[in-house]
Design a protein around this ligand. Sequence first.
Ligand SMILES: O=C(O)CCC(=O)C(=O)O
Length: 283
Amino acid sequence: MREPGAVREVTADEVAQFRACGWALLRDFVAAEHLPPIAAEVRALIGEQAETAKETTGAFRRIWRTYDEPSYRSAPLWGFATSPSVGRAGSALLGGAPVRFLRDEVYVKMPTAGGEGRPTPWHQDFPYGNRDRSEQVNLWIALEDIPVDGGALRYLSGSHRRGALGRALDAPERDLLAQYPDLVEEFPVSPTTEIRRGDVLAHHGLTVHGAPANTTASPRWAYTVVLFHADSRYTGVPWPRRLAGHMGGIAVNEPFDHPLTPVVWPPDRRDARSAPPLTEGTP
Ligand SMILES: O=C(O)CCC(=O)C(=O)O
């Protein structure tokens, strides 16, 4: 039975799968009444064909059209991404750790027929981060049904136990599988399966992941919410970009005590200063 709230609770089996494999498929995770408004809000920002996506060039544009931190410009998305039920799920997957909201992003993989929608290179997220620990969970929410050939995320099961393997997104031909061909022998590729609207693929910050090309005729719409261990300390890396622009005050080696990275779970640590989205004209 569904809890009231944006998303259901994760089950003990899903937590066990996530801890063992570094990823979990959470079927029917976003409440049916919450998904259409989220999808509509995302489309209002990024366009029906993702035409207002962030300008990216070369290899990246051929992989996805993306939009950083849509919750900055959308109160409903901010409310969803920082909601207690989303925080509760992220915390459970991270073994009960307190969690903060880090960021969100829209990833649209266009059909390959248009010259885009190529495979997402195999990579880990942690090497791009700015925190002293890897406890991070990405909740990759399918905004539309994604058939098996639609380019949904896949994982190297168990690869979160291998440690940080380096940055590998910039040149698809040098992704983690190209750099470490043995990975796939130790850590099998997760099954390719049909993903339904409202399903979530969750992964740990160290899990190696990528996605095949989208060979369907429709764009693949995904919205990611990223949560991290609330006690993580800032290492000084200026990422995400808003750290530089809006997050002055967080000192190196200190926790992310800031309204833009509010604690979202547990309830007694929830941040009353959780920031509203930035208004028009703000970078
Ligand atoms: O959607 C994709 O193809 C990539 C998304 C991703 O790498 C992530 O959410 O960490």
